[in-house]
Design a protein around this ligand. Structure first.
Ligand code: SF4
Length: 424
């Protein structure tokens, strides 16, 4: 989905808009600068003066006129004060009051039933697993995919696999490093297929990067859980390769995986994960799951949930299945009813949250390195550990940690189990 965000008013409104932008991107959606081609319009309104109220009303009407087919979501002070807003101005699909603002992304996607299917969530500029920033650069190592997963439009749109040369990639990483970037995230459509067309492999590429660059952190973005050689995890013995992988499972039931035309059965997935956890200290695994794929029976869903629970993930990107024209899955009979898909997604969200909680609890007391990224107005720094746990550290305001990597100990979990607090 394309999301267009607009705000009026104070700095706080602007900050909220930024966090919604990240939230929508993390859920697999992209942002658009123009209201005309958006699927969802979100307005953060203001009511500080009569003029602000007038401007808020004008803005709502204007975007609605520009793009009457888009879903319109209004939040902010004006929408919280005017209880009749939805009746007064036609075309508003959803009003989200200030007290619900922190959950605006989830409420919007849930109420408007528009969680998106996975795209290439790993590409620069696209919805991303990872926060972009001055400290982290995305290095596209290849494009295209030779597979034909039945839900995936990317493979149709992107064509065959094309890999960049080692030299191109090394030069790009070194250039970013010279500019002060501390972490390179290797991305692509099918990262595991790297090198197939140029007589190389992902294993060889990472070996070369470790040898020919000095950037302190190298990270893998989303990697399909197949096409990896047996010795792949030995690469992580070099602690510049970060111990985290996003391995999209999509379903924990073999029949569903077959209908999806995935190349990895649940047993293969388990073996891969067991090997990674055995060989790499504090290895973190995150995944994607599609809820309500065509034909998914109660039993298949039950199997899937059990497998996911047994495997354990620190984070799951959950996608409620939606038809995408041009894919084989869109033509399959037996599409799952909307209310069933929604219920499954809700069930999985609950499980994902409790697994995240367990995962973070297990990290308390452990020591990690953190790349510090941003500081808020209270001088609390935010960064990510090597295994990609978001952490916060309270500091005196004189200390500048930006872009530094330091060792920390995790002391506790905060804010509804979303991240951890650390000490140095
Ligand atoms: S492996 Fe499947 S899901 Fe991944 S890009 Fe290729 S076709 Fe799409």
């Amino acid at each position: 989905m394309q999301i267009h965000l607009k705000t009026l008013g104070c700095r706080l409104n602007e900050a909220e808009l930024e966090s919604w932008a990240t939230g929508f991107q993390n859920k697999g959606h992209s942002l658009t600068q123009s209201a005309d081609n958006a699927d969802i319009l979100v307005i953060n309104s203001c009511a500080v003066t009569r003029e602000a109220v007038k401007k808020s009303r004008q803005m709502i009407r204007r975007v609605q006129r520009f793009n009457p087919t888009a879903k319109l979501v209004v939040s902010g002070c004006y929408s919280s004060l005017d209880k009749n807003l939805k009746k007064d101005i036609s075309g508003i699909d959803l009003v989200i009051r200030n007290e619900q603002k922190d959950n605006l992304v989830d409420i919007t996607l849930n109420e408007l039933n528009c969680e998106s299917m996975p795209e290439i969530s790993t590409e620069p500029g696209e919805a991303s697993l990872f926060q972009r920033g001055r400290n982290r650069a995305f290095i596209k190592i290849q494009d295209g995919c030779r597979y034909r997963c039945t839900f995936c439009i990317v493979t149709v749109a992107r064509g065959v696999e094309r890999s960049k040369t080692h030299k191109q990639i090394i030069d790009e990483i070194n250039q970013y490093h010279q500019q002060g970037v501390q972490e390179a995230v290797l991305t692509g459509v099918h990262v595991g297929g790297y090198g197939n067309d140029i007589n190389s492999s992902l294993y060889e590429l990472i070996k070369t990067i470790l040898k020919e660059t000095d950037i302190p952190r190298i990270r893998l973005a989303s990697v399909e859980p197949w096409d990896l050689p047996d010795n792949f995890f030995t690469l992580f013995q070099d602690n510049r390769l970060m111990p985290h992988m996003h391995l999209p499972l999509q379903s924990g039931d073999d029949n569903v995986l077959k209908r999806m035309a995935r190349r990895c059965k649940t047993d293969d997935f388990s073996n891969l994960i067991q090997q990674a956890r055995k060989e790499i200290k504090n290895f973190n695994i995150t995944t994607d799951i599609i809820a309500g794929f065509p034909g998914e029976t109660e039993l298949e869903w039950y199997n899937s949930i059990n497998f996911i629970e047994k495997t354990g993930f620190s984070h799951i990107h959950i996608f409620t299945y939606s038809k995408r024209d041009g894919t084989k899955a869109a033509t399959l009979m037996d599409q799952v009813e909307n209310k069933v898909k929604k219920a499954r997604s809700k069930q999985l969200h609950k499980l994902a949250k409790s697994m995240r909680n367990n995962y973070l609890k297990n990290q308390v007391g452990r020591s990690f390195t953190v790349l510090w990224e941003t500081k808020n107005e209270n001088c609390t720094w935010t960064g990510y550990t090597d295994n990609y746990i978001r952490v916060e550290l309270d500091q005196d305001c004189k200390t500048d940690l930006e872009n530094r990597i330091t060792r920390v100990n995790i002391t506790d979990i905060v804010n509804d189990n979303c991240y951890c607090r650390v000490s140095m």
